[in-house]
Design a protein. Structure first.
Length: 258
């Protein structure tokens, strides 16, 4: 699973001490289920773009999941927006899936698909809570030779997924951000996540960081001081993988305990 749009949370008025989040936040990679199950069991087929699911927080945090497929016209928490192929030689282990060549490929594929699905501007997309997660084949699918990865669009809260729109081709095109779709953060949960969940910081504006190489913390802080409103108390930056796709957005946040 990946929070591909999560950047770094930091008070704007003092130095950053934590490292920037570079895309996927990896937890403990469970080896449970990495071996095939019953040999005679039917292997689930390759997923398809446009499929909607109604899965929850636990499934959202998994590397693989088939989820409950539902009609996209009914309530759903995720929609597949792209499929890709794992880099040749990838095995179903943490080390292999997250090695630079493969991980960068998955992140960039999903980021580009998310941008297309959301529409609108980079500023609005990055101020929103919409993000994307990727999944790889289950153990039995992998054993059967499947080597795809799947990108889903989701709208996370703090510990749950919010329902997605059922009647919009591009989720942010031509509409304003709402409390539901705006990105918020807290000191303990960087996010961004839906402002419907309790939060400390709320996105208020965004700007494009100048330069071609991924910026240093000092460079980002200087840019925040020049481009963010005075009431800014935190900011987030895109991951270096997103930066490489051409998205150089920095988001400004104000403190908001509502």
């Amino acid at each position: 699973m990946s929070r591909l749009r999560a950047g770094a949370l930091a008070p704007a008025q003092k130095p950053v001490t934590a490292a920037l989040i570079l895309g996927l936040v990896i937890g403990v990679f469970s080896l449970i289920g990495l071996t095939a199950t019953k040999a005679d069991a039917a292997v689930p087929p390759k997923p398809t773009v446009g499929t909607c699911y109604n899965y929850g927080w636990t499934a959202y945090g998994a590397w693989s999941q088939t989820g409950k497929k539902v009609s996209c016209s009914s309530a759903h928490t995720a929609k597949t927006i792209a499929l890709g192929t794992l880099v040749s030689g990838t095995t179903r282990t943490e080390a292999s899936l997250t090695r630079e060549a493969n991980y960068s490929h998955m992140v960039k594929t999903c980021v580009r698909a998310l941008s297309t699905k959301l529409g609108s501007t980079a500023s609005k997309r990055n101020q929103s809570a919409y993000t994307t997660s990727f999944y790889v084949p289950t153990a039995e699918q992998f054993k059967a030779g499947q080597r795809w990865f799947r990108c889903d669009v989701v709208l996370p809260g703090k510990d749950s997924l919010k329902n997605l729109p059922t009647n919009r081709a591009k989720f942010l095109e031509g509409i304003a951000l709402t409390q539901r779709t705006r990105g918020c953060m807290s000191a303990k949960f960087a996010g961004p996540y839906s402002c419907l969940s309790g939060h400390t910081y709320k996105s208020i504006s965004a700007f494009k960081k100048a330069g071609t190489t991924y910026p240093s913390t000092t460079s980002i802080q200087n840019a925040v001081a020049k481009n963010c409103p005075a009431r800014t108390r935190a900011y987030s930056v895109v991951s270096r993988y997103e930066w490489q796709t051409g998205d150089h957005t920095v988001v400004c946040y104000e403190r908001n305990t509502n």
